[in-house]
Design a protein around this ligand. Structure first.
Ligand code: HEC
Ligand code: HEC
Ligand code: HEC
Ligand code: HEC
Ligand code: HEC
Ligand code: HEC
Ligand code: HEC
Length: 285
């Protein structure tokens, strides 16, 4: 099978092209469907020579619980727009599952995230173990904009393999946001799970945190240090208005004319305890 893929006979090639064309048609249909309802993501179905799409119904036989839960998952809902879309729910991330299913689970699905037996159909002759696939490679297929975010200078270390998309996103069950939907406080809980220092307790909390950590930080990555959305005083001035009064620049009622020249609001010995303070209502250490 592998060698035939390399040196395709005319008939084989025609068959291969036909199946590619069929798959492309499905992908196109999906893309059309998704274009009507969504804006940022694109739907690209992975192609794996030799493996066919068999539909999520088939997965139920052996992954009963996962399939039942999947009905509640965001990606299940997103894919359920048309007949083809519904059929490839699981396989949109794991790749076409025919070989996996036929082998009773012995051969890994094309996109599995642990190392295992090689795909019978993979290109390249070495019978090496199929390496574990990084989660994000699958996600990036449909979320190319997110790949860009993780390429920025300050980012969560997903590309470095220290964190996976699924640390914060839940692909199989319920909201894709592990924090639990859109609640800002529960988003903070997600962040506190790995950043307990920012939780406090504080004597003087900074009310900005109630708006959620992502008021100031990008969740994935940013060109600014510490993944800040804005690199200078404007980060703070969105909520703390400045007034000019008698030649003085006032913020929070106090004169900031000289202070603003010393650096950002959180450096230069000013509001370093930007998340909250134990000693000073002006957010100092
Ligand atoms: C005939 C039974 C069977 C069917 C049908 C089946 N699987 Fe599996 N699958 C298994 C077995 C067995 C395992 C290994 C379970 C384990 O090691 O815990 C497995 C493991 C997996 C894994 C994890 C691989 C890893 O990283 O270890 C994924 C992903 C998966 N299946 C996806 C699917 C999808 C998607 C479908 C439907 C297209 C499907 N399976 C259909 C039996 C099946
Ligand atoms: C949005 C992408 C996505 C979809 C859709 C998806 N999965 Fe997964 N699946 C993953 C990722 C990512 C992992 C790796 C586990 C992790 O990092 O938490 C995984 C892991 C698995 C595993 C092995 C680990 C485990 O949790 O048991 C199985 C089995 C599995 N998926 C089956 C399925 C089945 C069956 C469906 C459809 C009902 C499905 N997946 C739909 C992304 C997806
Ligand atoms: C087959 C294509 C496809 C794959 C693979 C895929 N997604 Fe999605 N995803 C979509 C579509 C389509 C949407 C809905 C469009 C949108 O809102 O941007 C979506 C929505 C999302 C959303 C919610 C976006 C919002 O603004 O509400 C998140 C988060 C997400 N996906 C994360 C992931 C992660 C993490 C993975 C990998 C485990 C993954 N996706 C894999 C197609 C895909
Ligand atoms: C540290 C936690 C974390 C990690 C790791 C993470 N995300 Fe997110 N992601 C979030 C949060 C929080 C949001 C909501 C952002 C907001 O509201 O500003 C989000 C939003 C999204 C969105 C919707 C908004 C958009 O930019 O399109 C997608 C899609 C997404 N994530 C995909 C991914 C993928 C793919 C990965 C892995 C490469 C990943 N995420 C890793 C926390 C995370
Ligand atoms: C699963 C664990 C995990 C979760 C959840 C998580 N982070 Fe992180 N975060 C990390 C790791 C790991 C680093 C890299 C730390 C390092 O390099 O020492 C990091 C780095 C950061 C940094 C940059 C620190 C620096 O020194 O540059 C900021 C800011 C940050 N995270 C904010 C957040 C926010 C906001 C959330 C919630 C949306 C969040 N994190 C959720 C693990 C996590
Ligand atoms: C009002 C804006 C703002 C909000 C809201 C905010 N942060 Fe920050 N955060 C900052 C600034 C500014 C820095 C940089 C501080 C510095 O460089 O000393 C920072 C730094 C960090 C760092 C790096 C700390 C270090 O020692 O390097 C982490 C982690 C972090 N924030 C997590 C969070 C979490 C988690 C939340 C939500 C609970 C949050 N932040 C909410 C402004 C904010
Ligand atoms: C999402 C809105 C928001 C952002 C962004 C924000 N703050 Fe705040 N901040 C508040 C609110 C609300 C209060 C409490 C009410 C008040 O004192 O104005 C507060 C209070 C403060 C206080 C205490 C004032 C006092 O005298 O008690 C300081 C100092 C402060 N913020 C500094 C900052 C700095 C520095 C930044 C930028 C890193 C920042 N804030 C960004 C909303 C915000």
């Amino acid at each position: 099978m592998m060698n035939r893929n390399f040196r395709m006979s005319g008939r084989w090639r025609a068959k291969w092209i036909r199946s590619l064309a069929a798959a492309a048609a499905v992908a196109l249909l999906l893309a059309l469907i998704s274009c009507g309802t969504v804006h940022r993501a694109v739907v690209v179905l992975p192609e794996v020579p030799g493996a066919k799409y068999i539909g999520s119904k088939e997965c139920e036989q052996c992954h009963d619980k996962l399939c039942r839960d999947f009905a509640t998952a965001d990606h299940a809902r997103l894919m359920a727009e048309g007949p083809n879309a519904r059929n490839v729910g699981c396989e949109s991330c794991h790749g076409p599952g025919s070989l996996h299913s036929e082998s009773g689970g012995e051969v890994k699905p094309p996109y599995a995230f642990t190392a295992g037996r090689p795909q019978a159909s993979s290109f390249g002759a070495q019978p090496a173990l199929q390496p574990a696939r990084a989660t994000q490679t699958v996600c990036f297929q449909c979320h190319p904009n997110v790949r860009g975010q993780f390429g920025l200078t300050s980012h969560h270390p997903v590309p470095e393999g220290r964190l996976s998309c699924t640390a914060c996103h839940s692909p199989h069950k319920g909201s894709i946001f592990r924090a639990g939907g859109t609640s800002l406080l529960s988003e903070n809980e997600l962040c506190f799970g790995c950043h307990p220092k920012q939780r406090g307790p504080y004597v003087f909390e900074h009310e900005a945190l109630r708006e959620g950590c992502t008021t100031c930080h990008s969740a994935h990555g940013s060109v600014n240090a510490k993944m800040l959305k804005i690199r200078d005083a404007n980060l703070c001035l969105r909520c703390h208005f400045q007034q000019v009064n008698g030649g003085k620049l006032l913020i929070g009622g106090s004169d900031h004319t000289l202070r603003l020249q010393q650096g950002t609001c959180w450096t230069g010995g000013c509001h370093e305890a930007v998340h909250g303070s134990r000693v000073s209502s002006a957010l100092r250490f």
